[in-house]
Design a protein around this ligand. Structure first.
Ligand SMILES: Cc1ncc(COP(=O)(O)O)c(C=O)c1O
Length: 389
């Protein structure tokens, strides 16, 4: 390739070499439909992504409304389906109002940027998702990152002089799957006149009364100083995101959130799928219980195989391993044994915190779990080889 006097891609190659040496190269694994694999890596917690009722709703909406939203939400991208989904989500979780976004990522960016001003302070858990971090960076507020699950540190940080305060946490943490101490965090936020923001991507549909999520479980869903973000891409099996909270907050986001205003609306088939999946979740709350009990079982199987699993608060079970190489080797060996596991390495997790990550799904059968036990035993064997070698 002809380049000028300075090769503009040279630094990319240098970084690639370093990442390769550190076991941090990533590859896209393009899956086939209906692979004969036991899937313990997806976020399809309630097994709704292929539910025939949900699939049909999406197909019908494509026929009726088209495959795309055709514009941003404030121009042509809002349909009656969007209004129905917003009403449905708010009613289910127990908030005054909701606003649908094209993704959970843009929902988090909206909350962090539009609900802060210069002079405000964002206090954020060190394990918060990249979309929260990016939203905080885009905001013009000051930021303090506090230790993971450390309420005392949140309290100390929140005491700093600031015009306004946002305390931000995940409801169920996406990597290790623990629950945040929401009531304690809410007390801190309230004492300092701040808002508590709960990203419940991994709690919605899985925890709380009939799957209403972490904030509902903590009795905080309708509180005037609590804002919840969710994604439609995990328990609901689809695509898209939403912010739930007081009407005033939602109205403000419509006026001020750039990741809402300058983004094409969520496509009607995804909106219809979300709406139908929500109806299934309401009609079949046993899916939530099934997911939780399978997560417990997966953790027990991992412990039997010699891992030290985290105690699952929702659908996620994490298995800490010694190195990125051990995580890669373990995941590859599980795949050879017919089971797909998640493999988390930096920068998705901090240095030294590589993990295998397993997720439960409501429809895992006892045969699937037997295959998981076998694959975990195989992964445990290569993991120790990778660490020793
Ligand atoms: C905790 C958390 N927040 C936000 C998101 C972003 O949601 P989305 O994939 O819908 O953009 C994810 C995952 O993707 C997540 O795990």
């Amino acid at each position: 390739v002809a380049v000028g006097h300075r090769d503009p891609l040279q630094w990319l190659r240098r970084q690639e070499t370093q990442r390769r040496a550190a076991g941090l190269r990533r590859t896209l694994n393009y899956r086939n439909d209906h692979e004969p694999l036991v899937d313990l890596a997806s976020n399809d917690y309630l097994a709704l992504s292929r539910d025939p009722r949900v699939v049909r709703a999406a197909a019908d909406a494509a026929g009726r409304w088209g495959v795309g939203a055709t514009g941003s939400r404030l121009v042509t991208g809002s349909t009656r389906l969007h209004a129905d989904l917003e009403g449905g989500l708010a009613g289910f979780v127990g908030t005054e109002a909701a606003l649908v976004f094209s993704s959970g990522y843009t929902a988090n960016v909206a909350v962090l940027t539009a609900l802060t001003r210069p002079g405000d302070l964002v206090v954020s858990d060190a394990a918060n998702h990249a979309s929260i971090i990016d939203g905080a960076r885009l905001s013009r507020a000051a930021r303090t990152v506090v230790g993971h699950l450390d309420v005392a540190a949140v309290e100390r940080a929140a005491a700093a002089e600031a015009a306004g305060l946002l305390v931000v946490t995940e409801g169920i943490f996406s990597v290790d799957g623990e629950a945040a101490p929401l009531q304690a965090l809410h007390r801190v936020a309230r004492r300092h006149g701040g808002l508590l923001v709960v990203d419940d991507a991994h709690g919605f549909g899985v925890v709380g009364p009939a799957g209403r999520g972490s904030a509902a479980l903590a009795g905080l869903a309708g509180a005037p100083d609590v804002v919840i973000t969710i994604t439609l891409s995990k328990a609901l099996g689809g695509q898209g995101g939403a912010v739930l909270g007081p009407r005033e907050v939602i109205d403000h986001l419509v006026d001020a959130a750039r990741s809402f205003i300058f983004d094409t609306g969520l496509a009607p088939p995804s909106v219809a799928a979300g709406l139908r999946a929500l109806e299934v979740l309401c009609a079949e709350p046993e899916r939530t219980a099934a997911t939780r009990s399978r997560a417990e079982r997966i953790a027990a199987l991992a412990a039997e195989a010699g891992f030290t699993p985290t105690a699952p608060a929702a659908a996620i079970v994490a298995l800490p391993v010694e190195s990125p190489a051990a995580a890669l080797a373990g995941a590859a060996e599980a795949l050879r044994n017919g089971v797909r596991l998640g493999c988390f390495r930096p920068p998705s997790v901090p240095d030294g915190r590589s993990r295998l990550r397993l997720t439960a799904r409501a429809d895992l059968t006892s045969e699937d779990l037997a295959a998981a036990a076998h694959a975990l035993a195989a992964a445990a064997r290569v993991r120790s080889d990778a660490s020793n070698g």
